[in-house]
Design a protein around this ligand. Structure first.
Ligand SMILES: [Zn+2]
Ligand SMILES: [Zn+2]
Length: 162
């Protein structure tokens, strides 16, 4: 936003207040581009700033009254012929109280996303890669083994949301 002052002398540094962003700055009168407004950082509805990579539309209603407060740059969806899916992408908690994580979601099982630290996500990627060469029954056997191991953990703390 360019502001010129008719009153200041041409060689006199003058204080201006930008009517666009409210910043104050010094400039010579008639300077062509004395000030560039800093782009406003987008935020979610709670006012928490988006990381630079966030592409979520925090205003879009995903359901009645439901808007996403977490940050994300989208996910890759793997669809089965039956239109079930597994999806993975980068996410961050809405209030930015943790660093970026990897979200893995699916249309199967307990609702909700699996949020992983980057090193755990790498390990999961390795496991999923191995499954590419496994038979469907072996993959179901693994799913059952994971569920069985989880069911053996009875400490409520281990089942609590973080
Ligand atoms: Zn400005
Ligand atoms: Zn965001």
């Amino acid at each position: 936003m360019t502001i010129t002052a008719d009153t200041a002398k041409p060689d006199e540094w003058t204080e201006y207040t930008c009517t666009g962003c409210g910043a104050t700055y010094s400039a010579l009168p008639h300077a062509r581009s004395p000030h560039q407004c800093a782009p406003a950082t987008p935020t979610n509805r709670n006012g928490h700033p988006c990381p630079p990579w966030c592409t979520i539309d925090h205003e879009e209603e995903r359901g009645p009254g439901l808007v996403f407060s977490h940050h994300s740059d989208g996910a890759t969806f793997i669809r089965t012929p039956a239109w079930d899916y597994v999806a993975a992408g980068r996410v961050q908690i809405g209030d930015n109280s943790g660093g970026p994580q990897v979200s893995v979601t699916s249309s199967s099982g307990v609702a909700g996303a699996l949020w992983l630290k980057a090193h755990d996500a790498e390990k999961l990627a390795g496991a999923v890669e191995v499954l590419a060469a496994a038979a469907p029954d072996q993959i179901r056997e693994l799913a059952a083994a994971i569920r069985k191991a989880a069911a053996q953990i009875t400490d409520p703390e281990a089942w609590a949301f973080e």
